[in-house]
Design a protein around this ligand. Structure first.
Ligand SMILES: NC(=O)c1ccc[n+]([C@@H]2O[C@H](COP(=O)([O-])OP(=O)(O)OC[C@H]3O[C@@H](n4cnc5c(N)ncnc54)[C@H](OP(=O)(O)O)[C@@H]3O)[C@@H](O)[C@H]2O)c1
Length: 231
């Protein structure tokens, strides 16, 4: 059984993945910002799972959280940078500096913060897999989501460079999850989000796919094989 750190467990893909991993007995160490949801998850699943309010863009908060979890659970087998934000649909020139920063902080600095504080112990043990959530918009572009595209293209580069730094036996993988009917998709696709799989349907395919990833996939940009993933 694996110890899995996953960000963004309060909703959407992260929550469905966490529940799918818990079912067969993996241990989930999850975070998000919505304290109420995190407290409910902790009540529902209990120890050894651990759900904490941590903003991934806050390096000091991530450092404290990682320090506590590394002491209690040791280095994770799997680190999944899932948490993310999308800008409201708008041309780049209409996006405020504040909104641009919030997307960069969550989608790009967040994963770097997690890697900064969890990877050293994983590298010391010379094992573990780091999965950074990318997007179709990490490999293609559309109008009105430029800040989001910028962060996901950056995640592809960051992850592939990290893959070249890790010792043999480990892996860093940029993963396009496909297209899933979550709050984020409803924000950018509107009503047509309804035509895509629910996070629960998606997680049934995504969880076993992620669990199989290892050194052979180090540095390979992958896509979860779900309906609509290559639209
Ligand atoms: N849905 C899709 O079709 C799709 C397609 C391609 C890629 N993706 C990627 O898949 C991942 C999950 O997306 P989703 O659709 O599940 O989104 P979602 O439903 O909007 O959920 C996003 C999750 O991230 C958390 N989060 C956001 N900012 C955070 C922060 N600063 N610190 C900690 N947690 C934070 C949110 O929790 P709180 O609000 O509690 O903080 C929430 O749990 C993202 O990386 C997204 O870019 C999704």
């Amino acid at each position: 059984m694996k110890t899995i750190v996953i960000t963004g467990v309060t909703r959407g893909c992260g929550r469905a993945l966490a529940e799918e991993f818990i079912r067969p007995g993996h241990t989930i160490l999850g975070c998000g910002r919505s304290e109420k949801e995190l407290a409910a998850l902790q009540r529902q699943f209990g120890a050894p799972h651990d759900f904490s309010a941590v903003d991934v863009s806050d390096d000091a908060a991530v450092a404290a959280w990682a320090g506590r979890l590394l002491k209690s659970h040791g280095p994770p087998d799997l680190l999944i940078n899932n948490a993310g934000l999308i800008n409201r649909n708008a041309p780049l020139w209409q996006i405020s500096a504040r909104e641009f920063s919030s997307v960069v902080n969550a989608n790009l600095k967040g994963p770097a913060n997690l890697i900064r504080h969890f990877a050293p112990e994983m590298v010391k043990r010379r094992s573990g897999v780091i999965v950074n959530f990318s997007s179709g918009w990490g490999r293609s572009t559309s109008a009105e989501v430029a800040p989001y595209c910028a962060t996901k293209w950056a995640i592809e580069g960051l992850t592939r460079a990290l893959a070249q730094e890790l010792p043999a036996g480990m892996a860093a993988i940029p993963l396009n999850p496909g297209i899933i009917n979550t709050d984020m998709l409803r924000s950018c696709f509107g009503g047509s989000a309804e035509g895509y799989p629910s996070p629960q349907e998606w997680a049934k395919v995504a969880a076993p796919f992620i669990l199989k990833l290892g050194a052979a996939e180090n540095g390979c940009p992958l896509t979860v094989p779900v309906r609509g993933a290559n639209d």
